[in-house]
Design a protein around this ligand. Structure first.
Ligand code: GBH
Length: 495
């Protein structure tokens, strides 16, 4: 589109929904209150304080467990259509198993859901955003195939307790982060770091757990609950660093490993893992002397169970990488490993605007390519953008976040006008929160949180006012300036 068209006010479809996201471990605090047991994140941050950039934990965080009504007020103030949060498995089932349900855990989420509904905000509920019960990690967590059944038992408790009120469910948030980060490396709890082996076992179990929960919903809950259920997958766009054939292939491989590996089994008409992923791992495994591929295959029955197991695709998408091929990959990645199997080298373009998070750059055209690829590869599935957002190191006058959000929403509208079935958008995040191993050093919130204050004071950033106007008007107006910031000026909004 020409700049002239882009500078005009643009409209979202009338049914389009706006939301904001959080996740349990990142905001709740109350880490050992009211019968909650320890998750792998409680254990990771307490056992390895130096792994967290600022040595902090999520023990208290924004104290959303006690202050959830405040958060719902913020969501209301913004005029959100929905709020995406996650449920802490260890609050509901302290043993991990479904032998004992914790009534206080159920009560907390009932109160939160009720508070949202009373304020006309729809809950979008993630069942699993990385905080596995430590009690299940003892048995290998996601590397133990029995977790499929444990997850189904947990989901059944959630559907039974909340299914009447919750119409949007997300089974799992970001399988790649869970498996490659947590099992194939050390960037996530439980830092199992059995690279090239454990992540592939984990992925199979995650996909089966997701599909079995979808099946459970269809068989026992859909008729009475009438909700929809999806999965959130993380999408980075990979662009060839040059016009060479090799660099194009490297970009293809990176896309296949980074997200088709998870999306293809569920959303493609063929099902199963992408051929390229199966081939790459099989070839490397053979070269390395493994008698079988390190990638455990899916049986025909598993392929068909997983295929089609979602009513919508949740898209977490933030950024883009350039890719090139380096035939040797000498010393670049551990062997064996997911990155070595993928076989592409990933770099940033130094001209891209950089966020506070090292991995995050503003590249809106890459987001558009992600959205158009999803449309064409998976026959235009219903999509909710379940995460997209920008980190700073903290200020109220967050022009960079505003720029990023507008640029990404602008290309989202391009995709909608190209026919992509995108039904909603959830910004990450509602408030600042505990950003995993980055602690509190990276601020994603539309609302700043003063973590040193006893009431964890929440203050709207300029972006909150801009997002509020987008939600209210369901339009994107590049010239909109929020009144408060015109009146008060930057000097009243320091830092
Ligand atoms: C999101 O993932 C999470 O889903 C969300 O909980 C979190 O708030 C948000 O990130 C911001 O922290 O450290 O180089 O190994 C976004 C996708 C996947 C991006 C893991 C960072 C680790 C990159 N993330 N990835 S690195």
């Amino acid at each position: 589109l020409s700049d002239e068209v882009k500078n005009k006010i643009r409209h979202f479809p009338p049914q389009f929904l706006f939301g904001a996201s959080s996740s349990a471990y990142q905001v709740e605090g109350a880490w050992e209150e009211d019968g909650k047991s320890l998750s792998i994140w409680d254990v990771a941050v307490h056992a390895n304080p130096d792994m967290v950039q600022d040595g902090t934990t999520g023990d208290v965080s924004t104290d959303s467990y006690h202050l959830y009504q405040k958060d719902v007020q913020l969501a209301k103030e913004l005029g959100l259509d929905f709020y995406k949060f996650s449920i802490s498995w260890t609050r509901i089932l302290p043993n991990g198993f479904a032998d004992k349900v914790n009534p206080l855990g159920i009560k907390y989420y009932k109160l939160l859901i009720e508070e949202l509904l009373v304020n006309k905000i729809r809950p979008m509920v993630t069942m699993y955003h990385w905080d596995l019960p430590q009690n299940l990690q003892k048995f290998g967590g996601w590397s133990n195939p029995l977790i499929v059944g444990w997850f189904v038992d947990y989901a059944k408790v959630l559907f039974t307790s909340f299914g009447e009120k919750v119409k949007y469910w997300i089974t799992i948030n970001d399988p790649k982060a869970i498996c490659v980060g947590g099992y194939g490396s050390t960037s996530q709890a439980p830092m199992m770091n059995v690279s090239g082996i454990a992540e592939y076992i984990c992925v199979k179990n995650v996909l089966l757990a997701h599909a079995k929960v979808y099946e459970l919903y269809n068989k026992q809950f859909r008729k009475t609950c009438k909700g929809s259920i999806g999965i959130s997958i993380s999408f980075v766009w990979y662009e060839p660093a040059s016009g060479s054939y090799d660099d194009h292939q490297a970009a293809e491989d990176a896309r296949k490993f980074d997200w088709e590996y998870f999306a293809h089994p569920i959303f493609s008409s063929a099902g199963d893992y992408p051929e390229e992923v199966k081939n790459n791992v099989a070839v490397k495994s053979a070269e390395q002397g493994f008698p079988k591929s390190r990638l455990p295959e899916l049986s025909a029955a598993e392929v068909s169970l997983i295929k089609g197991s979602a009513d919508f695709l949740g898209v977490n998408s933030y950024t883009t990488r350039l890719t090139y091929r380096d035939a040797s990959l000498d010393g670049m990645y551990p062997v064996p490993s997911f990155m070595d199997d993928q076989g592409a080298v990933l770099i940033k373009d130094p001209s891209w605007t950089q966020a506070a998070s090292t991995w995050l750059q503003e590249v809106p055209w890459g987001f558009l390519k992600v959205l158009m690829a999803i449309k064409s590869l998976y026959d235009n599935p219903p999509v909710y953008i379940t995460e997209n957002g920008w980190s700073t190191s903290g200020n109220l006058l967050d022009e960079d976040r505003i720029h990023y959000l507008r640029a990404y929403l602008n290309v989202l509208l391009d995709a909608v006008f190209e026919g992509a079935d995108i039904r909603g958008y959830s910004v990450r995040s509602l408030t600042d929160s505990f950003e995993w191993f980055q602690g509190y050093t990276e601020k994603f919130g539309l609302y700043e949180v003063d973590f040193s204050s006893s009431d964890k004071a929440r203050t709207p950033r300029k972006s909150a006012f801009v997002y509020k106007e987008i939600c209210r008007s369901k339009t994107l107006d590049p010239d909109f300036e929020p009144e408060k910031f015109l009146v008060d000026g930057p000097e009243k909004n320091p830092k």
